[in-house]
Design a protein around this ligand. Structure first.
Ligand code: NDP
Length: 475
């Protein structure tokens, strides 16, 4: 037994992480259900470092130093359960099983409890960065027992992305917390992508820009506050020319977005936790709407109403879109961090939002300059009630607010859908409102269901005798 780490599941993600470990000097035991992928990896990249080829789970487990550390990178769901079961049967108390797949955090909670009962350490680790990140440095969000991080942490930290010498990996918290924060990370990624998409749509339909012109704007934005991986790749995608037609590639791609599920999970969880993640939800629904091809085909030609004039000052409106994007992005992140705080409270995870902002600065899909500001905001006030209230973000929104409103108004007047820009603005207006119509909602609920209400001028719960003499009684 000489391998420090084993990787099972050698599709794109698993093989790239295995190579990443090997390149960092670790001896890596390799295993895959079918030997083909293992041999392909050894044939193509055997020179990356020291690998141990194994065929059976028994051989694989026997190749590992104790306590054994095995990273599972297989398809999320039943496949993961099957692999865990096989491994657990061959491993010994104190060994560590890491699930690096995109598991649903409630599955991770269940699996961690089951493994703990058998004396095994189970670490649900969220890994972000896609193929490229897996090879060159992903962001890693490991949950599970704190003790296991002592033996596992240094390995994971060494293969993770590094920003200013700080690894994009830290122990997140107990059981399902790592996969929970990875899930919210992906939800934020959905919101980020949707907001960028809305900005792109406005350039195209309100200003009449072509793909190349829009690419240039994103390239320019990538040297300011909006600097991020997603803005950078947006410019690359927009600049890509289709070899077949000579058109911008984006113009020949079918406009129906797909999804694998983590955005939907984030919204479902937010509903259960009662956290309004409107930016993420609009992003998930916008993908669903885009994919409703039958309805969309039938709805073409529906009335638009009277449309407004297109903006004439291109430079001014370009800057307005940038401000709207930035402000909406702040809202989406604020909501995501609210969900993390709520999950932390619900499951007693004691999560540290500032740590998440720190490890998301590199490696992962939402990496951005902006995350430094979030990190600083939580350093200054770890119990910040909302990211929006941190002085830096408060000021940023104050600067953006007029433009943000104008962009939503212009989009509405031109009949251009901006669900995430508009709902983020409504969220902001709702949060800062002196009075919300919720007072009326409470009155209605009391009317039809005797659900009671609170008064602004007295303690306790009250009910009006709506079907009686309409006097008020204390409940
Ligand atoms: P896939 O999700 O396509 O999974 C393929 C791998 O799973 C193969 O190694 C396959 O083995 C194995 N597998 C499938 N079913 C079983 C089973 N019943 N028993 C044993 N092994 C099984 O691979 P990816 O590399 O794309 O992703 C791996 C994990 O990482 C997934 O959970 C994914 O959600 C997650 N992830 C993916 C990212 C990405 O960008 N792709 C980013 C972050 C996380 P075989 O070769 O024998 O078929």
């Amino acid at each position: 037994a000489r391998a420090q780490i084993g990787v099972t599941g050698l599709a794109v993600m698993g093989s790239n992480i295995a190579r990443n470990f090997a390149r960092h000097g670790y001896t890596v035991a390799l295993h895959n259900r079918s030997i083909g992928k293992t041999d392909a990896l050894l044939a193509e990249h055997g020179g990356d470092g020291d690998f141990v080829r194994t065929e059976t789970v028994e051989e694989f487990v026997a190749a590992l130093e104790k306590p054994r550390r095995v990273l599972i990178m297989v398809k999320a769901g039943d496949a993961t359960d099957a692999v865990i079961e096989e491994l657990a049967a061959a491993m010994e108390p104190g060994d560590i099983i890491i699930d690096g797949g995109n598991a649903l955090y409630t599955d991770t909670i269940r699996r961690e409890a089951a493994m703990k009962a058998r004396g095994l350490n189970f670490v649900g680790a969220g890994i972000s960065g896609g193929e490229e990140g897996a090879l060159n440095g992903p962001a890693i969000m490991p949950g599970g027992p704190k003790e296991s991080y002592e033996s596992l942490g240094p390995l994971l930290e060494s293969i993770a992305a590094q920003v200013d010498g700080v690894p994009c990996c830290t122990h997140i918290g107990p059981d399902g917390s790592g996969h929970f924060v990875k899930m919210v990370h992906n939800g934020i990624e959905y919101a980020d992508m949707q907001l960028i998409g809305e900005a792109y749509n406005l350039f195209r339909d309100a200003l009449g820009f072509d793909a190349k012109q829009i690419a240039d704007v994103f390239t320019q934005w990538n040297s300011g506050d909006l600097e991020s991986y997603l803005v950078e790749i947006t410019a690359e995608v927009l600049n890509q020319v289709d070899a077949k037609t000579g058109q911008p590639l984006v113009d020949v791609i079918v406009d129906a977005a797909e999804q694998k599920g983590t955005g939907r999970w984030t919204v479902k969880s937010a509903l259960d936790l009662g956290i309004p993640v409107t930016g993420i939800a609009e992003a998930v629904f916008a993908r669903a709407l885009s994919g409703s091809r039958t309805q969309r085909a039938a709805a073409k030609g529906l009335a638009s109403g009277v449309l407004g004039e297109k903006p004439t000052d291109v430079a001014e409106f370009t800057e307005a879109i940038r401000q709207a994007l930035y402000a909406s992005k702040i809202v989406a992140y604020a909501q995501g961090f609210d969900q993390i705080a709520a999950g932390s409270a619900e499951y007693n995870w004691d999560l540290h939002p500032g740590d998440l902002a720190t490890i998301w600065r590199g490696g992962c899909i939402i990496r951005a300059r902006f995350l430094n500001r979030i990190k600083e905001a939580y350093e200054a006030d770890p119990s910040l009630p909302s990211l929006i209230l941190a002085p830096y973000f408060r000021e940023a929104i104050e600067t953006a607010i007029d433009s943000w409103r104008r962009v939503v108004v212009v989009a509405t007047q031109l009949g251009i859908p901006v669900p995430a820009f508009a709902s983020s603005l409504s969220y902001y207006d709702g949060l800062r409102a002196e009075r919300l119509p919720a007072a009326l909602t409470q009155g209605q609920r009391d009317f039809f269901g005797a659900h009671t209400y609170e008064r602004i001028d007295a303690e306790g719960k009250y009910h009006t005798l709506w079907s009686g003499d309409r006097s008020e009684v204390q409940a």
